[in-house]
Design a protein around this ligand. Structure first.
Ligand code: DTR
Ligand code: CA
Ligand code: ZN
Ligand code: ZN
Length: 442
């Protein structure tokens, strides 16, 4: 039975979504076989030693102390930070490049480190800005992200990893002036090279002293990779809502490259609900020393830094070593189908013919549904005999837009040939959308 949602303004309804959704749980009681998770990665990431990450932070601190108290763009402390990281990467067998640019009348530097090997047409990037503000050493912002990415790169070398994708790590200059270094990199990357970048992972402030665990809600596959990691630790996460445009991932997102990342919070205040789930101090900023002289090595939460450094490695190993699925036979429907708001389900059909036997245990359904507040939407795959496979439940408080995802379903009990249908229903008032396209890959 579906209880209609109270006629509340959307903003307020967002706050009550949890209750309404639970009340509508009857809709979610489908007994259809659930979709299988995507295949797991072939290689598990190593633990990233916290002590190694903190040793890099100590170096960044010493560099700042020896250079006027900061590592800011245009100041000697920044170039010294570049030189430190480059030396480590050169010694570990990376092919490094220092890219120069000018901003505010000063020379800036990006450090790019390529790990030899992998498919040159599928480049996975992980990066962090290395510059601080001029008012302090910038150990959490963003020595933490820089050190986590650096130690992950060094772990790739220690493991002599042979990824399927080509791995590229980057440390950006002049982020604090407005994402200058990463914008310069992207703008000067030929479009043929840009199209090879399969994803960019950004890490800006990952060790805040009063930490939250935020995951960027951009590319769904990258987001899921991080969420799965934290689910394995039984640590709840929240989607990063203030991030758009706030760090170097924006430079990549703006040119259509899939992005994701992690963040432990800056000057915003931790709520009591967040303190309940993460510990720390409610009513206090996630990082009280944000952009201040007290952003030193004392301004780090070791647990957050350790978890996030391990999460970087998990994402690099998972996304970097996954075996690309060989192209199979695809059956697609690109006709738009409007989804009535809070109304009846609609379907889109693909007719599968000429195949023998049953569908595979890893039948892939790529779905592209454009819909604001995707939490309203329930998605099922219907086999030719009508058996329903639940791909996505409604989730009232998922206010993000669009469902562009790949689901893997064990359809081995279904005859392959016949009319397969995508069934979509909007189960909550307000917000509308449409099926843009979907396809099955056998
Ligand atoms: N602008 C970043 C810090 C920052 C603030 N909000 C977010 C969200 C996601 C990543 C980073 C940030 C800086 O000061 O470097
Ligand atoms: Ca660790
Ligand atoms: Zn900053
Ligand atoms: Zn930052």
């Amino acid at each position: 039975m579906r209880l209609s949602r109270p006629a509340l303004p959307r903003a307020l309804r967002r706050a009550t979504a949890g209750v309404a959704t639970l009340a509508a749980a009857g809709l979610l009681a489908a007994t259809a076989p659930a979709a299988l998770a995507a295949p797991s990665p072939t290689l598990a990431a190593p633990d990233i030693p916290l002590a190694n990450v903190k040793a890099h932070l100590s170096q960044f601190q010493s560099i700042a102390t020896a250079n006027g108290g900061n590592r800011a763009h245009g100041r000697p402390g920044y170039k010294a930070s570049i030189d430190y990281a480059k030396a480590k990467l050169d010694a570990a067998g990376f092919t490094t490049t220092v890219q120069q640019f000018t901003s505010s009348g000063a020379t800036g530097y990006n450090l790019i480190a390529d790990w030899p090997g992998g498919d040159p047409n599928k480049v996975l990037m992980a990066g962090a800005h290395l510059d601080s503000v001029s008012s302090g050493p910038g150990i959490n912002d963003n020595g933490s992200g820089s050190a986590g990415v650096l130690e992950t790169a060094l772990a790739v070398s220690r493991a002599q990893l042979e990824p399927t994708k080509h791995l590229r790590f980057a440390w950006w200059g002049a982020e604090e002036l407005g994402l200058i270094g990463s914008k310069y990199y992207v703008n000067n990357l030929p479009s043929t090279e840009r199209s090879k970048v399969s994803g960019y992972l950004n890490f800006d402030m990952i060790g805040s002293p009063n930490p939250g665990y935020f995951v960027y809600d951009d590319d769904p596959v990258i987001e899921k990779t991080f969420k799965d990691y934290y689910a394995g630790l039984n640590v709840p996460t929240e989607i990063e809502t203030e991030g758009d445009g706030r760090s170097d991932h924006a430079s990549f997102k703006n040119v259509g490259i899939p992005v994701g990342g992690l963040f432990t919070g800056a000057s915003r205040t931790k709520s009591s609900a967040q303190a309940q789930k993460w510990g720390g101090t409610a009513g206090q900023a996630f990082d009280r020393c944000y952009h201040s002289s007290c952003d030193t090595t004392a301004n780090i939460n070791d647990t957050a830094l350790d978890r996030n450094s391990d999460a970087i490695a998990h994402a690099v190993w998972t996304l970097g070593t996954e075996t690309p699925v060989p192209p199979g036979d695809t059956y697609e429907n690109t006709a738009d189908v409007a989804i009535p708001d809070n109304g009846a389900a609609v379907t889109s059909t693909v007719n599968v013919t000429g195949r023998t036997g049953n569908a595979p245990a890893t039948l892939k359904a790529d779905v592209d549904i454009r819909h604001t507040w995707r939490g309203d939407v329930v998605v099922d795959l219907l086999a030719p005999d009508g058996t329903a496979y639940r791909l996505k439940n409604s989730s009232g408080n998922d206010s993000a837009d669009n469902i562009i995802a790949t689901y893997t379903v064990n359809a081995s009990s279904e005859a392959a040939n016949g009319a397969w249908k995508l069934r979509v229903q909007d189960v909550a008032a307000q917000d509308t959308g449409y099926i843009n396209s979907w396809k099955l890959t056998f």
